[in-house]
Write a protein that binds this ligand. Sequence first.
Ligand SMILES: Nc1ncnc2c1ncn2[C@@H]1O[C@H](COP(=O)(O)OP(=O)(O)OP(=O)(O)O)[C@@H](O)[C@H]1O
Ligand SMILES: [Mg+2]
Length: 327
Amino acid sequence: MTLLEATDLRRHYKVRAGRGPFGAKATLRAVDGVSLKIEAGRTLGLVGESGCGKSTTGKLVLGLIAATAGTVRYAGNDMPPTGSAAWRALRPRMQMVYQDPLGALDRRLPVGVQIMEPLAIHGQASPAERRERAAEVMTAVGLQRHQFDRYPHELSGGQRQRVVLARALMTEPDLLVCDEPISALDVSIQAQVVNLLLDLQDRLGIAYLFISHDLRVVRQVSHEVAVMYLGRIVEQGEAESLFAQPTHPYTRALVSAIPVLGPRRERLLLQGDPPNPVDVPSGCAFHTRCPFAVATCRAEAPVLQPTADGRQVACHRADEPALQVAA
Ligand SMILES: Nc1ncnc2c1ncn2[C@@H]1O[C@H](COP(=O)(O)OP(=O)(O)OP(=O)(O)O)[C@@H](O)[C@H]1O
Ligand SMILES: [Mg+2]
């Protein structure tokens, strides 16, 4: 069952392009025509370089920020307008987990109080019920009851991320948008939190939108993957096949940069940084960094097209399997 379906989402910002307070205004297309589906109980990984629009997409699908254009359907119905009563009633079903657990928590309050907060906000349950539910979710995420009265700074980074997760689970959500949920954690603790997320999905059937620039982790947790470049999806499809046979040159570059054991199949290095998002290159936005770019790529923007192996790829040269980097 499709839990969430976003169609042609856009979020544009007016930003100052010139210098000084009277500089000219330009449009920054943070998200520029993103369509995606999240199936109930499954994980969609969203990857791409810094600034490509991942967090903005995550906020748009939950209605935490309003879209410039596009629609979101949740469990078969249109997502109510951001901030409306109907939207607020739906909010407990979908929660956001941010990158930095210390920043997401209030330093002055015991973590138990913060875990109970979502039920208090949504006016559900008596104080006794809230406490009981908090104890339940604390156990579910591997926290101990005596940690209820601790303050955030008294816990480790991994424990704090468990607190953030426990709080998100209080309202029994169907969907968690996890925005770089492990990148602030030590490598040794990252694996624990990833395993916890997988375990929670198994037991509770929660769907995840898993945002990360760490492709190894995305590969580990995702059923489907969408690759973003400058506000658009350039490739999406089933995770295993995408990682085994990446098609878009950008995906190929990202995948070839994953540290692996043994010989490399391919080494495709990304040149330079992503272009300025207020001045997106003509045609295919990736052409300035693509080793395979030809005249068409500079002139025409490619649209997502189905590939032979069931993915979708936006590349004029996607059906030329022999494309190789010159040695
Ligand atoms: N409120 C805002 N006003 C203007 N520009 C914004 C705003 N929020 C985001 N942007 C711009 O939109 C683009 C996408 O930002 P976003 O935070 O979605 O990127 P991201 O993919 O999550 O990056 P990162 O991996 O660094 O977290 C960036 O160029 C960013 O500067
Ligand atoms: Mg981000």
